[in-house]
Design a protein around this ligand. Structure first.
Ligand SMILES: Nc1nc2c(c(=O)[nH]1)N[C@H]1C(S)=C(S)[C@@H](COP(=O)(O)O)O[C@H]1N2
Ligand SMILES: [Mo]
Length: 153
């Protein structure tokens, strides 16, 4: 039964054709590897977050989904997510962050899609204005922009 679910997930979520999926999730998840295109990511429950960032002026409204909702959807079982980006940036993030905080994976900023040339298509955004402990370099590293992969371990 478990493997049936995994196969259904894989076939319904893998982007058709040759284009690589927007976000590839591997490791300790149902099915081993799942690719999501933007449309599939947009079908997750939407989450909004208004916050300042360390790389922009003022506050911005981010729209996306909660990282914990995505991890739940793929049945992630692990303690760490290794996030990779289009610019080959790579960082480990404890999964506990996503339960302790409403961490958003944003596909829009101020109502406009995040472009590859500017932190897109996906950017991990922490609610740093709501929690003073998040205003720390340890968390700044985890704000992965141009996010393209997650490996659950
Ligand atoms: N894709 C990607 N995300 C990234 C980085 C990066 O180099 N590439 N740098 C990280 C670091 S070290 C910090 S402090 C913040 C802000 O990085 P920046 O000031 O280099 O934009 O983004 C984080 N996310
Ligand atoms: Mo940094």
């Amino acid at each position: 039964m478990r493997s049936r679910i995994a196969i259904c997930l894989a076939t319904s979520l893998l982007a058709a054709g040759d284009a690589p999926p927007t976000l590839r999730i591997t490791g300790a998840i149902a099915g081993g590897t799942v690719g999501f295109d933007l449309e599939a990511l947009r079908s997750l429950p939407q989450a909004g977050l208004e916050t300042s960032t360390v790389v922009t002026d003022g506050t911005h409204l981010f729209t996306g989904f909660l990282m914990r909702d995505l991890l739940e959807k793929v049945e992630a079982r692990g303690e760490t997510v290794t996030a990779t980006a289009l610019n080959e940036y790579i960082v480990d993030i404890p999964i506990s962050d996503f339960h302790n905080y409403d961490v958003v994976v944003a596909y829009e900023m101020d109502g406009k899609p995040l472009e590859r040339a500017d932190k897109g298509p996906l950017w991990i955004v922490y609610p740093r204005d709501d929690h003073s402990e998040l205003q720390d370099i340890r968390f700044d590293y985890r704000w992965v922009w141009q996010l393209s992969g997650l490996e659950v371990r």
